[in-house]
Design a protein around this ligand. Sequence first.
Ligand code: MRU
Length: 378
Amino acid sequence: MADQYAESHEDGGRIRTPSIRWDETSEGPVLLLLDQTRLPAEEVELACKDVSTLVQAIRSLAVRGAPLLGIAGAYGLALAAVRGHDVDEAAEAIATARPTAVNLGRGVRRAHEAYRAAVAGGAGWAEAAAVALAEAKALHAEDAEASRRMAEHGLALLDELLPGGGHRLLTHCNTGALVSGGEGTALAVALAAHRAGRLRRLWVDETRPLLQGARLTAYEAARHGMAYTLLTDNAAGSLFAAGEVDAVVIGADRIAADGSVANKVGSYPLAVLARYHHVPFIVVAPVTTVDADTPDGASIEVEQRAGREVTEFMAPQVPGAGGVPGSRSVAPLGTQAYNPAFDVTPAELVTAIVTEYGAVSPVTTDGLVELCARSRQV
Ligand code: MRU
């Protein structure tokens, strides 16, 4: 199997364009998003001057991934406030743009509550808007710090579960700097292993149908010079059977009170494979992804997306790869497609949930309650 070590980049592998940033322009404040639909071909920023542009960016996955959706939600609320738009309407529109990642509504609510508290305390709208913006910036910074700590805890757990080092990790979807204020969740753990010289191989699931693995995780892994190999999602079984996977590390969009984990569709089959092959299945997510108000996996709303994402395969967008931007049909006209964006893995298949406050293993309701209580004490 050929190695795919990428060249090292002068910028230490970091993506040059931040995944999200706030800017004050001559035309007023603007929320800039690294448009993830254009990666890996180009790093282009999408400017959101109003809430409807942001909502569209969320729906089209220009901005995506649970932690980043939380940050985008908070900034979006601040954007509406600073621009003098109807803040309550904005909160509703942004929070409901996608249903599964709990962080989105939480980010919106956090900035909204800060805004409302400022107004209730006698602040004018401009002052209250500044408070909402400060709250969004605080969430952004906290997420970066959470990333750093998840990477530490995650690597410690891997070293404990897999003594001897040389970890071969399988990951799904994209969970790196592109979804975070810092270096991400599961991919940040793999990156920590890489930096410590203990990553032997990162197996990257391509992640049908929107190819977050092929387009985004491979892009991040290449920039960091990690040893990575891309596979189609349906090749994972043979990889396990060949004994090539030491652990699965994935992120989460919502973790229910009973420890059920909603994550990108295709995660659950990996958990089943991991159990059959006696391989640890590790979920890495900030505490803000744990949702005590959702009692169990069956109560998690799973986003259903347009069938055309399945019936029309995205054409390659990499310059020189021979493709053109856009998509092409791969199924007969009129074919119906089943296209859930996420699936739910029951707690019993999850070896550990790693957060910035440490790991929960085994995954139980009591363990999660204790973890959330610990996070509130800090
Ligand atoms: O549909 P997406 O691309 O937003 O889905 C993202 C995922 O499923 C990620 O694995 C999840 O948000 C965790 S990111 C740290």
